[in-house]
Design a protein around this ligand. Structure first.
Ligand code: C2O
Ligand code: CU
Ligand code: CU
Length: 459
């Protein structure tokens, strides 16, 4: 990155809320008459994740953090993607309710994109918010080594924050000298997953960002980690939850502590304190807070006491609960390391969804769906975790309305990923309005690789 671009990025952090050209964080981005246009690659690159050491990574357009794709609700975005890896891949747009052909799942929605090939993704996001993108092949490695990025869909009617910051949360499996450790340890895959040790926000360990004093700021947190659930808190200032998993909440809610599992997002509103003061976004571990990022205020003409801008709700179809059909899903531990896995060739199976472990798929072998749903009908998914570990359960192409968590009714909220705690139970409704075969899996990547995955058919 050259200096002018770095300066520009610093500047764009401060003015992002007011930016007219959302595409300008990427030099290959253009706003055309026909919506937004991006060029994107996935390629081997190096990055200084641990200061002083270079690490071989996989980067979107060779960059860590990946370029943020900005587009607008109800407007077309085109992403011309070229695979410069030495293995096949596909790109999935996590949380976006778009047609199956653009969902980026190999075999179910498109053939794998082979090395050197280009695939043009083109869609019109119906919902605004903080989403993210990642490959849907060889995910332990491709995501683990860096292919994770944010896609920010601006509201159709601009919402006026003074500043904003995307925060991609990820722990890397690196030692103190930036050397790779094992991305997946089977003994841990059978438990909570293999955590990385080097915690970063946007590829930097405990970064500091500057904010104009009193700026009404939108923090867009995305947990792009393969494994870790982050209990998020903010110290030094009151923060408000304005959106969960990309979807605005009716009223801002005071943030005490909020857990985001892998794949999940959280949008916070904070008013930056007076110049010279700071606050921190922290990860809680029990009673202890570990800083993830620091925000320091610098002088500005802004005055304190601004209201949190209201963000319009997304047009998620309202479930017809009176006529809904309930489908049950039980998440179980099997714990069998098959002898064949000893040589590392076969992926072991540890987890079951309704007594089935995902066996993987190929063009010639697409397993049967976990459920077949009638298009247009409302379903209530009754999710039961009978294991000691948490599972963020994600459905493609649709957005859940969560009705109940652990036996208690909740103020309904929208999400694409439901975090089931240890022995957790949830009820989540949705209208099966998007025809296709949609992946349905735990977003702890090792869990999905070792059984906790399947798909739902809507026809
Ligand atoms: Cu981020 Cu199949 O998901
Ligand atoms: Cu997804
Ligand atoms: Cu899981």
């Amino acid at each position: 990155m050259d200096v002018s671009r770095r300066e520009f990025l610093k500047l764009s952090t401060a003015i992002a809320g007011a930016m007219v050209l959302p595409a300008c964080t990427l030099n290959t981005a253009r706003q055309t008459q026909d919506g937004y246009y991006y060029e994107l690659t996935a390629e081997p690159a190096t990055a200084e994740l641990v200061p002083g050491y270079q690490t071989d990574v996989l980067g979107f357009s060779g960059q860590i953090p990946a370029p943020t794709i900005r587009c607008r609700q109800g407007e077309k975005v085109t992403i011309r993607f070229t695979n410069k890896l030495n293995e096949p891949t596909t790109i999935h747009w996590h949380g976006l309710r778009i047609p199956i052909e653009m969902d980026g799942v190999p075999f179910l929605s498109q053939p794998p994109i082979m090395p050197g090939e280009t695939f043009v993704y083109e869609f019109t996001p119906p919902d605004a918010g903080t989403f993210w993108y990642h490959p849907h092949m060889n995910s332990v490695v491709q995501l683990g080594m860096g292919l994770v990025g944010a896609i920010v869909v601006e509201e159709a009617e601009p919402v006026q924050f003074d500043a904003e910051q995307v925060m991609l949360l990820k722990h890397w499996h690196l030692d103190e000298q930036g050397r790779w450790k094992q991305l997946m340890v089977p003994r841990l895959s059978a438990r909570m997953g293999t955590p990385g040790e080097w915690g970063t926000v946007n590829g930097k360990h405990e970064p500091t960002y500057e904010l104009p004093q009193h700026a009404m700021t939108r923090l867009r947190l995305a947990n792009v980690d393969n494994t870790i659930t982050y209990p998020i808190a903010v110290e030094g200032i009151q923060a408000w939850i304005v959106a969960i998993d990309g979807n605005p909440v009716r009223e801002p809610m005071k943030l005490e502590q909020h857990k985001i599992g892998p794949g999940m997002r959280l949008d916070l509103a904070v008013e930056a304190p007076a110049a010279g003061q700071a606050f921190q976004v922290v990860q809680m571990k029990g009673r202890f807070a570990f800083p993830m990022a620091t925000f320091r205020s610098v002088g500005s003409d802004l005055v304190p006491g601004k209201l949190i801008p209201s963000i319009p709700l997304n047009p998620i179809p309202a479930p017809d609960l009176a006529n809904a059909e309930v489908r049950h899903f039980v998440f179980e531990w099997e714990g069998a390391v098959t002898p064949a896995s000893a040589n590392g060739k076969t992926v072991p199976k540890f987890w079951l969804m309704n007594k089935r472990a995902w066996e993987g798929m190929s063009k010639a072998n697409i397993p049967a769906p976990l459920a077949s749903l009638e298009q247009g009908k409302t379903y209530i998914f009754d999710l039961k975790n009978v294991t000691q570990y948490h599972h963020p359960i994600h459905l493609h192409g649709h957005t859940f309305t969560v009705l109940e968590m652990d036996g208690k009714p909740v103020e309904p909220f929208h999400t694409d990923t439901v975090l089931l705690g240890k022995n957790g139970h949830a009820k989540a409704a949705f209208v099966a309005d998007n025809p296709g075969r949609w992946m349905y899996h735990c977003h702890v990547i090792e869990h999905m690789k070792t059984g906790l995955m399947g798909y739902i058919e809507v026809a």
